[in-house]
Design a protein around this ligand. Sequence first.
Ligand SMILES: [Zn+2]
Length: 169
Amino acid sequence: MKSRKLSSSPIVTGQCLCGAVQFEMEYPAFWAWHDHSRASRLAHGAVYATYVGTWRKRFRITAGEREINRFEEKDTGAVRSFCRRCGTPLIYERTRSRHMINVPRALFRSRTGRQPIYHIAIEEMQDWAYAGDPLVPLKGYPGVFCKRSKKKSRAQEARLSASIRSSCA
Ligand SMILES: [Zn+2]
């Protein structure tokens, strides 16, 4: 997040949802991973977060620095930055690696040079995470797909509405 000019390495860019915060990173990133931990799940409001990690000196905020708020996790000391206008998670700084910063993969406009082949806290993966199961279109709801299931559990069956039952059985 230094304001000095970056080297001549290729640059990839990204932004938050509202666009107030813009950033750039030297390509390629150091690594990328899926984070299944409870803290990241809550911070993102998603089943897991996918991060791109890079050296701090290879990352720079190019616009909207004043729109960034920081939240420090009391038990770990980790700092999570987010856009105060739209709430998009921006930077995750872990105490164990102070020279690295982590940015949600989804915020980048293009490839980052690293595939997320690693998993952190995989033991916390939620049973409601989509695991690539085959899907079928939901009749009467364009653009909505549901898991093809030949044998539904009683609990699942109870939750399904009559229309979904008839369309996806
Ligand atoms: Zn924003």
